[in-house]
Design a protein around this ligand. Structure first.
Ligand SMILES: [Zn+2]
Length: 138
């Protein structure tokens, strides 16, 4: 039958297994903007490993999730939350924060200023360029 569909379902159930641990880590808040009381979705930070890994996953609110998946829908002001997230002790959150700031730096002065303050461990800096947010061309 449709292999792509089965693979997708298998992935989802593997991600579900991580769900509890993620929820505990995130304390039921979005791991980027700290929104609470909203539906949280598991987001895998690219590059996506073959087997889902807790450290490569973030639990995100619909706003963060949607905008990360659809750069065209990015609302610059939503990402002011990154002022805090860029100092997260969670490497995956830090990677997305910096990656998003790099994306926003062209559009917003505050993002460019935050980037200048950012301090990154070398191994995190290395991963940033892999987690590229791209605008899909049609
Ligand atoms: Zn969020």
């Amino acid at each position: 039958m449709a292999k792509g569909y089965d693979d997708h379902q298998a992935r989802l159930s593997e991600l579900n297994l991580l769900g509890k641990a993620l929820t505990r880590r995130a304390k039921s808040c979005c791991e980027l903007c700290e929104a609470s009381g909203v539906k949280l979705t598991t987001y895998e930070v690219p590059p996506i490993p073959v087997e889902p890994e807790l450290d490569q996953c973030l639990l995100l609110c619909p706003t963060c999730y949607e905008q990360l998946n659809r750069p065209k829908s990015i609302q610059t002001d939503h990402w002011r939350c990154l002022t805090k997230t860029m100092w997260s002790s969670l490497p995956a959150a830090q990677i997305i924060a910096i990656r998003m700031l790099k994306y926003l730096a062209d559009k917003a002065d505050w993002a460019a200023e935050l980037l200048e303050q950012a301090y990154l461990e070398p191994e995190i800096a290395e991963q940033i360029d892999k987690a590229i947010i791209t605008e899909k061309k049609k």
